[in-house]
Design a protein around this ligand. Sequence first.
Ligand code: HEM
Length: 337
Amino acid sequence: MSDPGIAEKLVEVLHRPDGDPALRPVHTIGISATGYFEPSPVARNFCVADHFCAGKTDVIVRFSNGSGCAVVHDGWSDVRGMAVRFHLSDGTDTDLIAMTLPEFFAPTPETFLEFAEEAAPREYEGETPWQKILNYLHLVLPKRDPYPGETISPDDGAIEFADKNAYSQLGVMQAAQIGAPTSYVRAAYHAVHTFVVTGPDGVRRWVRFSWQPIAGVLTTNAEEPPVDDYLRAELKDRLAKEPARFSLMMMIGEVGDDFNNSSRPWPPHRKRIMMGTLTLDAVPEDQIAQSEKLSFNPGLLTNGIETSDDPVLKVRIDSYKISSEWRGGTPCPFSEG
Ligand code: HEM
């Protein structure tokens, strides 16, 4: 059983020295877009949730940079987020929150707290060319050089933690090499946790969701990082010309797969179902109300979709409510209920 105060401790620890208490402690910089979701013809055979059975469901999506730094650094290597809210036909909402890492850093709230404490951003310590050569000789990847103006390193503490804790190695290595997307709609996003979906025949399946961009994944050239602030302007320009689309893929777990630990991948050959297509075609004018103040929650689910017993997913439900209250966000519909 988790320490009842851990949800709050996690939010405290995630706040960065260069963050802003009036904004999100992580995924601070972002932009929202609107559009609709259309289920595939097979989606309703796997899940009775309204948006998998309805015709079109209106959505609002917030894309974000994972960092809690309140200054825009779009060109810097960072995990990106995609939080989707589906406005269901009965007037209620459901959320699906995803990020560009396929696996999380830790299996439990307690281990994530330890990770977050040790991985807290710290002063950049660059490597000399000699240290780099020595690292190569020891088969250790050399550290990335800081970007111009980058004084706080997001990776050093995380890499030290991963050296001692094997469960975080996959997530940390992927995060350290993730780079920057050329566009928020040219990245794949993973909801990471396992959810339980119920079909019309009452069959329950343990599944993981991810969004695949129809335009394909494309990162910037790491040797020539683009200007600091391009992702929001790119999205506005792109959607003014043509819609952007994502496929929602659902991977079905099998006996032996880890359902309650999002730091562990499932075998890549698991069955995947194409659940539908998301089309984004507008950027709301009022980005304060429609992005900054919005509060998503991974526990805002609907009939046909439940949480698994993943303890990290469970703690997030409280952490997001606390964070939203602290920053003066609009309570998510779930908190009001
Ligand atoms: C114990 C683990 C985690 C904790 C404590 C945590 C904490 C938080 C907090 C406090 C926020 C800001 C919420 C707000 O103020 O509205 C946030 C935002 C976010 N988190 Fe997490 N997080 C965790 C794991 C994850 C995972 C596994 C994912 C990927 C699926 C994720 C993706 C995101 C995204 C995309 C946002 C931005 C949502 C938005 O645009 O409003 N987080 N997280």
